[in-house]
Design a protein around this ligand. Structure first.
Ligand SMILES: [Zn+2]
Ligand SMILES: [Zn+2]
Length: 155
């Protein structure tokens, strides 16, 4: 995580002011472990940050991501999600409800870097997809019934 003075300096280099609203978006993301999307962040911030617009949250997340200060996780079940923890780690994504959990496994950090023509590979993050514990046990969950049907058809 970056301190307020780090952020101030980084924004200054970009010739952008670190507004109260931008700082609030980063601060909220930094204290959450659920990898929220823009709307979830907006929901928890709007009461505390008067005048905050959803568009500002989107724009701030985009800027922070471009600056390399946060990680973006694309989820098949929801809109883009974000993480203020930029240290090397991986994720498990629930394809039914969109829940995202951190995965820390040294073996994944040691994955061989493939040679990609015309590309300098610098880091790698693995997304595992499946069902979270709650969706796996929910009898009515779409993903669970889909896999039951498949098993049925296969005989
Ligand atoms: Zn789930
Ligand atoms: Zn994470």
């Amino acid at each position: 995580m970056f301190s307020q003075s780090d952020l101030k300096e980084l924004f200054k280099r970009r010739r952008m002011p670190l507004t109260h609203q931008r700082l609030a978006v980063y601060g909220e993301l930094a204290c959450r472990r659920d990898h929220p999307g823009a709307e979830a962040l907006y929901d928890s911030l709007r009461r505390r940050v008067p005048g905050l617009a959803l568009a500002t949250v989107y724009k701030t997340l985009k800027t922070l991501h471009e600056m390399g200060l946060i990680i973006r996780i694309d989820s098949p079940a929801s809109q883009a999600r974000y993480d203020a923890d930029v240290a090397a780690h991986h994720h498990a994504v629930c394809t039914a409800c969109g829940r995202i959990a951190d995965v820390r496994d040294e073996r994944l950090d040691r994955l061989p870097r493939p040679a990609v023509r015309g590309f300098l590979v610098r880091s790698c993050s693995v997304n595992f997809r499946g069902l979270c514990a709650e969706c796996a046990k929910a009898p009515g969950s779409r993903a669970a019934s889909k896999s039951r049907n498949r098993r049925h058809h296969n005989g």
